[in-house]
Design a protein around this ligand. Structure first.
Ligand code: PLP
Length: 389
């Protein structure tokens, strides 16, 4: 059967082969050091699991509204108002199948042929592909490593054309862990408002911050930018709920209505009882302690992995202020990121993601959302690999 043209626009995931290979090696009994996964290694907190179990026992097992259970939409709006200073109401919220679907449905609802979407590089792998699938054009803005991988207001201004519709802001960032300061966010907001474009703020790592770094939701700056902001978030990273598939989009009502139509004809509602787990994540007083425990572990691992990488002269890394990734420059090794990661996995059983997947071939990404013993073992193997080059 002839496939649709749109599928040719999107390359198969570069990271897939490495991830699949790592899994196959593990199935053969090899102790692979897995630095590739973008998910917390913690179990979902027990009170969240219990809430979903209770929902199941109560028969919350039926179809629901496409954009989510009203009680959860209301709780999300409340969270965004009180924690983020964003003036959303229940009607401004769509519960989605993870942060990924919230971004995908937003792009499908708003981007078409002729539209440009500005994406800072390095970027999360799916942003450009979502734009391409919608028929739009991704415009890449290279963020300077010397500026902690942040794009400047001048860079953003220079990239805006009459075709620009949307700017993608991801702070804290995957893959670099960079966090824009409140002053930097304000400066970007000014450009966005002046140009009359929109911004989607992907805030999925907002809870994972280090060294006193501060998260500011761009939509909270003032009414003008709020009208031009779409906020995306989810439960996966903050609450160790990657497999639950619960995220959300917060946006002006007409966008939520459009997203509701798309969801109504595609996936319908997110698993009903999973939404009650998410509700407990937001409302239970136990959640804060669980987040603090995970953050404490991430903080220790981050210190350890940064110190180890700093001792390897061929590598250099920007010290992340958020998320749980280390973006390491490998240029001195002379290898492409794909060759580096393939050899590292084949010869030393360490799974890392090549930077080319995020738009920069001189880097690799290590996730430190894994226990400290595994990090120790993996870093020893990485050192050995570098020594043998
Ligand atoms: N945005 C970023 C930057 C991410 O790293 C991820 C997951 O890796 C997502 C969104 C989507 O997360 P999920 O669909 O699991 O909620």
């Amino acid at each position: 059967m002839k496939l649709a043209e749109r599928i040719g626009l999107v390359p198969p995931s570069l990271t897939l082969s490495i991830t699949a290979k790592g899994k196959a090696m593990r199935a053969e009994g090899i102790n692979v050091s897995a630095f590739s996964a973008g998910e917390p290694d913690f179990d979902t907190p027990a009170h969240i699991v219990a809430a979903a179990q209770q929902a199941l026992a109560e028969g919350k097992t039926r179809y629901g509204a496409a954009t989510g259970e009203p009680v959860l939409r209301q709780a999300i709006a409340e969270k965004l108002r009180t924690e983020n200073g964003l003036a959303y109401e229940t009607e401004n919220i769509a519960v989605t199948n993870g942060g990924k679907q919230s971004l995908y449905n937003l792009i499908m609802a708003t981007i078409e042929a002729g539209d440009e979407v500005i994406i800072p590089t390095p970027y999360w792998v799916s942003y450009p592909e979502m734009v391409r699938l919608a028929g739009g054009t991704p415009i890449f803005l290279q963020a300077d490593p010397a500026n902690q991988y942040k794009v400047t207001p001048e860079q953003l201004k220079a990239a805006i054309t009459p075709q620009t519709k949307l700017f993608v802001l991801n702070s804290p960032s995957n893959p670099t862990g960079t966090v824009y300061t409140p002053a930097e966010i304000r400066a970007l907001a000014e450009i966005i408002v002046d140009a009359g474009i929109y911004v989607v703020s992907d805030e999925i790592y907002e809870k994972i911050l280090y060294d006193g770094a501060e998260h500011l939701s761009i939509g909270a700056i003032g009414p003008e930018i709020f009208e031009r902001t779409i906020t995306s978030n989810g439960f996966a990273k903050a609450f160790a709920m990657t497999g639950w598939r619960v995220g959300y989009l917060a946006a002006p009502t007409e966008i939520i209505k459009a997203v509701s139509t798309i969801q109504g004809h595609s996936t319908s509602n997110v698993c009903t009882f999973a939404q009650y787990g998410a509700l407990a994540a937001l409302q239970s007083p136990e959640s804060a302690g669980c987040i603090a425990t995970m953050l404490d572990a991430f903080t220790k691992r981050r210190r350890y992995i940064c110190d180890r990488v700093a001792q390897i002269p061929a590598l250099s890394a920007f010290e992340p202020q958020g998320a749980f990734y280390l973006y390491i420059n490998i240029a001195k090794t002379g290898l492409t990121s794909l060759d580096f990661c393939s050899q590292l996995l084949d010869q030393h059983y360490v799974a890392a993601i090549p930077g080319i997947a995020f738009g920069t071939d001189d880097c690799i990404r290590l996730s430190y959302a894994t226990d400290i013993q595994s990090i120790e073992l993996g870093m020893g193997r990485l050192e050995k690999f570098i020594d043998q080059l």
